[in-house]
Design a protein around this ligand. Sequence first.
Ligand SMILES: Nc1ncnc2c1ncn2[C@@H]1O[C@H](COP(=O)(O)OP(=O)(O)OP(=O)(O)O)[C@@H](O)[C@H]1O
Length: 363
Amino acid sequence: MNSSPSAEPRILAQLRWQRQAFTLDVDLDLPGRGVTALFGPSGCGKTSCLRAIAGLERAQGRVAVNGQLWQDDSHGHWLPTHRRTLGYVFQEASLFSHLTVQANIAYGAKRQDAQRVAIPQAVELLGIGPLMQRMPSGLSGGERQRVAIARALASSPQLLLMDEPLAALDAQRKAEVLPYLDRLQRALDLPILYVSHALDEVAQLADHLVLLQDGRVRAEGPTDILLSRLDLPLSHGEAAAAVVSGTVASHDADDHLSTVLFSGGQLQLVTTRPRPVGTDVRLRVPASGVSLALAAPADSSILNSLPARVIGLREDGPGLVMVALQAGETPLLARITQRSARHLDLVPGSEVFAQVKGVALLD
Ligand SMILES: Nc1ncnc2c1ncn2[C@@H]1O[C@H](COP(=O)(O)OP(=O)(O)OP(=O)(O)O)[C@@H](O)[C@H]1O
C-alpha cells in the first residue's frame, strides 16, 4: 500500500505488453473518480489496456488504483486478478444460465464485509428488481447487461472496468441501458474505465478521455476539451460535436423549452422529458448545427446566439472548415463553408456570435 489520505485519488497504469506485431505502451495518470473512456479505432489496444489493468494480461509495469498497489514489477509485486478489487463488465453478459438473476448477483458478492455498494442499491440503480427471480435465458440483451453490471457492482469494486458494454446491443437496447449507466456513475463514488469506439457514448458518459492509437496514448484530458481539439480526429467530419455541461435554470412547459446555464451563457432546447431545475446536464452541440455571424442576429428563428471567440480553423473536407470556438470556458465547434469563413474573415481571435441550432440533452 502506498496510500496518502490527503492525495487526490488517481489511477496510475504504466504498462508495456507485447503480442506478436502489437505493442501496448502506455503511461496513464487518470482521475480516480468519474468515468474515463478509453477510445480509439479497432485494434488500437483498448481491450488489451483494460485487461492489463485487471491483471488478465501479464503486462510489465506498475498499476496503482486510488492508493492500492496492484502491480509493481520493479519490486516483484503482482496481484492476480481475483485479488484486485475490481468489477469487470464484458461486451456480452456472461451470466450463469442455471442460476436466477438473484443468484447470479449474489455470486458476485464475494466481499460482503466491506460492501461499498449494497446489493439492494445496485439492484435499484439498474432497475432490475422485477427481474430477480427470472432465469438469464428469458432476459433481453439490455436486461442481461444490466444484471451483469449489478453483479460486477456486488463484488464491491474499487474500480469498475467496462469493455464495450453496449456494443452487442441494437440501438433501441443501447438507448435503454445508457441512462442506467448515467445514473450509476452519478450515484456511486466509483471510478469507471469505459472502453468504447462509439463517440456518442463517450460524450454522454465520460468526464475524461484517453485517445489510443497503435497501442500508445495519442491524447488525454477532459472530454469536452479533447472533442474540440482540431489536431485530433474526434473533431473531424460530420459527426463532430461539442459537449456542454450546464445546469437546468428553467422550463417552459407550454413551449417544451428548457433553459440551461453554462459558462458561456445559456442554451435553450426543446425537450419532452425536462429535467428538474437545478439538475446538472450535458448537452450535445453538433458542429454542423452551429453557424457564425459577426453581429448578434435580430429577428432570427434561432433561439441561441452566443458570443464566442475563434480559437482555430482547420479544413474539414472539400469546401468546408471546422472552426474551434470558445464561449466562456466552454469549447464549441462550428462546421461552416470555406466561403463563409473567408467572407467573415475568420482568424484565431475573431469575436463572433455562434448561432446554435441543434442542441440535444445527452441522456
Ligand atoms: N492474444 C493475442 N495475440 C496476438 N495479438 C493480439 C492478442 N490480443 C490482442 N492482439 C492484438 O492486439 C491489438 C490490440 O487489440 P485490442 O483488442 O486491445 O484492440 P481494441 O482497440 O480493443 O480493438 P476493438 O475495438 O476491435 O475491440 C490488435 O492488433 C490485436 O490483433
